[in-house]
Ligand binder design. Structure first.
Ligand SMILES: Cc1cc2nc3c(=O)[nH]c(=O)nc-3n(C[C@H](O)[C@H](O)[C@H](O)COP(=O)(O)O)c2cc1C
Length: 226
């Protein structure tokens, strides 16, 4: 059975990344009626920042050379660690159960929102790997960061997430889809970019439809199983 973990991270209710994520998830659920679907709104229901108890767990795992998530609970033996573990264990269990993680996120300040970063900090432990887990990132950004554009070099969002998935989870095949130039919808001075935004948004929707077509989902599942 397939497990989809769907994360939203935009502070804006009428958000473009939310709508991209909803489209992906709706289509995935249509084609996986028996699949397990978990949803978290990291903006509306933020996970806490990691605490001293969390860092104590992390340090103790390193000290004892424990790398299997199933053994993490062995080092949860103080009040502070128990409190930290009560927050992070359900988040970690959701991530470990997922074979597809869908992250719908805005670009904030060239990177990821603090709400998403807080989740990443909670669920990431030393020498963890997630073999076969697929990550799909659907992003909305006010400007354009496509290769060849002046701001391409400062897309620290995709760059960061690619490096993070590879360096901490051993996942090198994450999929990224972006709807760009969304600021043209709200800033009258950027009105001349609205046609380029419309094209970018339409291309993102088409890519989501391609990724969630039954054949592509079979491919995603095969990759996850391999
Ligand atoms: C706090 C904040 C920081 C932002 N920083 C950037 C940025 O660095 N680059 C950019 O292109 N857009 C930036 N934007 C614009 C958002 O990326 C844009 O509004 C996007 O559509 C937000 O996603 P959403 O529609 O899913 O909320 C920022 C918006 C906010 C609220």
């Amino acid at each position: 059975m397939s497990h989809l973990l769907h994360l939203d991270a935009s502070a804006r209710p009428a958000s473009i990344s939310r709508s991209l994520g909803a489209r992906f998830a709706d289509r995935w659920r249509l084609h996986n009626p028996a699949g397990d679907y978990r949803y978290r709104d990291l903006a509306a229901d933020p996970v806490p920042l990691i605490s001293p108890g969390w860092t104590a767990i992390c340090d103790e795992l390193l000290r004892r050379g424990i790398t299997e998530p199933a053994r993490y609970a062995e080092v949860v033996d103080t009040e502070a660690r128990r409190a930290a573990w009560a927050v992070c264990a359900p988040l970690l269990a959701e991530l470990l159960a997922a074979d597809l993680v869908l992250i719908a996120t805005p670009m904030y300040n060239f990177g990821v929102p603090a709400a998403l970063k807080a989740w990443i900090d909670q669920v990431t432990f030393p020498r963890m790997t997630l073999p076969g887990t697929r990550f799909v990132v659907l992003s909305a950004r006010g400007g354009s960061y496509r290769p060849g554009t002046p701001r391409a070099e400062v897309d620290h969002q995709e760059r960061y997430l690619r490096d993070f998935f590879a360096g901490h989870f051993g996942v090198t095949d994450a999929t990224f889809v972006a709807a760009e130039l969304t600021n043209s919808l709200v800033d009258p001075r950027l009105a001349e970019q609205s046609e380029a935004h419309r094209r970018s948004h339409a291309a993102a929707l088409a890519e989501i439809d391609r990724l969630t077509a039954p054949d592509s989902l079979v491919e995603l599942a095969k990759t996850a199983a391999s």
